[in-house]
Design a binder for this molecule. Structure first.
Ligand code: PGA
Length: 253
């Protein structure tokens, strides 16, 4: 089996002024100098990217964007392109977060365009997928995820999607304090990996990292990470505090 390096990312959403972001990033760098063996990323608000980049210089913490537009540039008021994110120091970008799907009209079609734009620019997308509580109760979890993956990655080839990461984020677990049990997470991660295998082949499927997201905290990360197909986490609320996020990053110790 391919060895997959754990990847834990913090999504700061619409929180923190520039000063607060710089302070938290600075504290985090201090905490993680010894977090060997884990890839670490934070996605601050756009306004804080440049300042946070300076703080992260020379550290193991990578920078990510929370969203992007698919066009390289143009008259798209309020939008940010993949090239602009890369210029600001981002290596990753979160695509299709459920909050964007829910409140900002993101669809599998726009997700597909964004994934392409990111990959073409050399930015690694973190594709978020997940079912709502209603869909889970109606036993539609797998069909919802199948559709999100098939349509979100439509017409892409395995050679293109190599750097991509998938984040399984059950919508009912985001910001609610309800975490999927590790068995529930594993079941879905396994499903997602076999789906990726059916589309892109075994090499890609066994190498791709699948993060779990939804109320990840210091007290549940270890159990989740013990599951064979859970390769990391996308952390919202618990990533806003450097000490708490650092505990998550040090799940192995
Ligand atoms: P949460 O958010 O950790 O606050 O549940 C996760 C996310 O939205 O990525």
């Amino acid at each position: 089996m391919t060895e997959r390096r754990p990847f834990i990312a913090g999504n700061w959403k619409m929180f923190k002024t520039i000063r607060e972001a710089v302070e938290t990033a600075g504290a985090l760098v201090g905490h993680v100098s010894d977090a060997a063996g884990v890839d670490i990323m934070i996605a601050p608000n756009f306004t804080a990217l440049a300042a946070v980049r300076e703080v992260l210089q020379g550290s193991a913490v990578m920078l990510g964007g929370q969203n992007l537009h698919w066009a390289p540039e143009g008259a798209f008021t309020g939008e940010t392109s993949a090239g602009m994110l890369q210029d600001a120091g981002c290596r990753y970008v979160i695509v299709g977060h459920s909050e964007r799907r829910q409140y900002f009209g993101e669809t599998d079609e726009t997700v597909n365009k964004k994934i392409r734009a990111a990959l073409e620019c050399g930015l690694a997308p973190i594709l978020c997928v997940g079912e709502t509580e209603k869909e889970r109760e109606a036993k539609k979890t797998f069909s919802v995820l199948d559709k999100q993956i098939q349509n979100g990655l439509k017409d892409l080839r395995s050679a293109d999607v190599g750097p991509m990461v998938i984040a399984y984020e059950p919508v009912w677990a985001i910001g609610t304090g309800k975490t999927a049990s590790r068995e529930q997470a594993q079941e879905v991660h396994r499903f997602l990996r076999s789906l990726m295998e059916s589309i892109f082949g075994n090499d890609l499927a066994s190498a791709i990292r699948i993060q779990y997201g939804g109320s990840v905290k210091p007290n549940n990360i270890k159990a989740l990470m013990e599951m064979p197909d859970v390769d990391g986490a996308l952390v919202g609320g618990a990533s806003l505090d450097a000490a708490t996020f650092s505990q998550i990053l040090h799940f192995q110790s």
